[in-house]
Design a protein around this ligand. Structure first.
Ligand code: UGB
Length: 595
């Protein structure tokens, strides 16, 4: 390859990059005829990265120079801001206020799109697949993606005039093929293919110095790195999808993460709050223990400017010490920080979102975090890159945009699966949330028990045990599927005079199932599934051997013949005779212990 064989677009790009100070990318090129394929691949990759960033590579380099100069000067983006407690709505109690917001939120289901950011590789978990494929529970083995799809279907079933809920999934080079494969091979888990929008995030070039020089691994080989979950905003803009959905009547987007089985428990009420308060941005939060490795939500005030934002936990404490609290982040009477924890579940109002995307080209509050060689800050230990986080959108807000924080009970709304068992055990040992497959599953049942208890059902609880150093409460395992109930009010209508013992299991899947005086004792398990149009009434006491928790042996833990999703939790459940009733034809049915 020589200069003559370059096409017009290659030349244009090279000229643009040389103008942007990137001559080094094209220096030392071999003579024409040598390494032509490598040169062509290099140019193709440069073009791809140029195209995927608003403003192209020249824009990226110019943003990098600006941010690197600020970093070198040691500028603190929060300089002069004083942290205050943010405006919060506390929904940690299941009271009349909670019901009020759930009812309001449910009415909004037909005007909402669900956005799932699933481009993360999950390095801390070390699972050999995509996290969306991991089962959130292993009584019935429901992958996260299947559970989320069921939640969308349940939302649709509760609309006055049902319409498909747009489901936007952000994938990356690491997760794209497997996510598509899982959707295709499972028939989109009952969703319509057209309602699922896949947006793919691309990597960005690494930068080797304060001048924004793109880093090379070797000749013709660019170093690329992830740009962060804030890419979702850029993709909403560049794809035109935000504007399109707004035209189709979508008023709010709800952003969720890849492994949080409980998130839909909070969604109806969170939406209700956004609607009633007119929030442009509503962060779903949980009470946070000071020092916990979760970003804190704070209202930052400087003269006339006021911003409610996530402040990463490592920045919050120094900021507090330098301003309002010499002791740093101190606990209140209940042991919680005055700055609630960000779980990165966001409700964003579409109208303001589309406007801000237009103004910013979807580039949201990028930052850079170079590791310098020494105090002169002239060179880096390794190449850096620009990053962006989805929760930083309010950094672009003005005085007219309203930001709120809605606090939910932690295990009702949040329990992620991020850590392998060894790290999870180490975290548990220092009282930090283990965030592992086992704890996510244990909390998923706990959230089911919370819903059940809110119906007036008597719910016993088994004692917590440790499996390979990770805590698990074995029961009762309560799986009230989204088809069965989306709100507490709806749940309450379906139970009267029931009780469930600590080791029992209850699975209810279907909109028209009700339980009267049902008693599950000992290890008993009851599974009832009803199709649309099947009205099932369940009555009486059930006694059977239910599900047994079986710990994996050392051989099983090391064996490829045991599914990896079991090995990452250290146990399985064995069905010893659960009472199971499935109704796949519409009609009226009564189920008793002896039927
Ligand atoms: N993700 C992407 O889709 N693309 C990416 O490039 C990166 C991630 P992590 P993180 O739960 O307690 C967040 O890695 O970023 C997706 C908040 O920033 O699990 O360390 C990925 O697939 C933090 O404030 O989390 O921390 C996943 O779905 C706190 O809320 C999601 O982004 C923290 O989560 C999060 O990625 C938390």
């Amino acid at each position: 390859m020589d200069k003559e064989s370059l096409n017009a677009s290659d030349r244009k790009l090279i000229a643009k990059l040389v103008d942007a100070g990137q001559q080094h990318l094209f220096a030392d090129w071999d003579a024409p005829g040598t390494a032509d394929e490598a040169k062509a691949a290099f140019l193709a990759l440069l073009k791809k990265t140029d195209k995927s960033y608003p403003g192209g590579l020249a824009g990226y380099i110019s943003n990098a120079r600006k941010l690197l100069a600020e970093a070198k000067r040691g500028e603190n983006p929060f300089e002069g801001f004083v942290p205050h407690h943010p405006n919060t709505i506390d929904l940690t109690a299941f009271d009349a206020t909670y019901d009020h917001y759930e009812a309001l939120g449910q009415k909004q289901f037909d005007k909402v799109g669900i956005v799932l950011v699933a481009g993360g590789l999950g390095e801390r978990l070390g699972y050999n697949g995509i996290k969306l494929d991991i089962p959130v529970e292993v009584v019935e083995t429901t992958p996260y993606i299947a559970h989320y799809a069921a939640c969308l279907k349940a939302m649709e079933a509760r609309m006055e005039s049902p319409r498909p809920v747009p489901f936007i999934i952000m994938v990356s080079q690491d997760t794209s093929a497997k996510t598509l494969q899982t959707l295709e091979s499972n028939n989109y888990f009952g969703l319509r293919k057209e309602q699922v929008h896949i947006l793919k995030q691309e990597l960005v070039p690494a930068i080797s110095d304060n001048d924004g020089s793109l880093a090379l691994k070797e000749k013709y080989e660019l170093i690329l790195k992830p740009h962060g979950h804030g890419d979702i905003h850029m993709l909403f803009h560049t794809s035109g999808l935000a504007a399109k959905l707004e035209k189709e009547g979508i008023e709010h987007l709800l952003f969720i993460q890849d492994t949080n089985g409980q998130v839909f428990n909070a969604i109806p009420a969170a939406l209700g709050v956004s609607v009633e308060k007119g929030y442009d941005f509503n962060s779903i939060a949980v009470n946070r223990i000071p020092g916990e490795a979760v970003g804190g939500l704070a209202k930052l005030v400087r003269e006339e400017r006021e911003l409610t934002l996530n402040v990463e936990y490592n920045q919050l404490d120094p900021m507090l010490r330098a301003t309002v609290s010499p002791e740093g982040d101190v606990p209140n009477d209940q042991g919680f920080s005055m700055f609630p924890g960000n779980i990165n579940v966001l409700v964003i109002r579409m109208a303001s979102y589309v406007r801000i995307l237009e103004q910013s080209q979807g580039i949201i509050a990028e930052f850079v975090n170079p590791k310098y060689d020494d105090e002169s800050k002239t060179s880096f230990k390794k190449p850096t890159r620009l990053e962006t986080m989805m929760q930083d959108l309010p950094k672009l807000f003005g005085p007219d945009e309203k930001v709120g924080v809605t606090i939910f009970d932690r295990r009702w709304s949040f329990s992620a699966n991020k850590n392998n068992m060894t790290d999870a055990a180490a975290k548990h040992a220092v009282d930090s949330p283990p965030e592992s497959a086992a704890t996510a599953e244990s909390d998923f049942y706990l959230a089911g028990r919370m819903r059940l208890a809110a119906t007036g059902t008597k719910v016993d609880e088994a004692a917590e045990e440790l499996i390979l150093g990770v805590p698990l409460t074995p029961g009762p395992k309560v799986l009230l599927r989204p088809s069965f109930a989306m709100t507490l009010a709806e749940s309450r209508e379906k139970f009267s005079g029931c009780s469930i013992s600590g080791e029992a299991t209850l699975v209810l899947d279907g909109k028209d199932i009700s339980l009267e005086e049902v008693e599950l004792s000992g290890h008993s398990a009851l599974i009832v599934k009803a199709c649309d149009g099947a009205k099932v009434t369940v009555k009486g006491a059930f006694e059977n051997e239910g599900f047994e928790l079986v710990k994996l042996t050392a051989e099983e833990l090391a064996s490829d013949s045991v599914p990896e999703y079991l090995r990452i939790r250290g146990y399985r459940f064995k069905n010893r005779g659960a009472a199971t009733y499935e109704f796949d034809q519409p009609g009226k049915y009564v189920v008793g212990a002896s039927s």
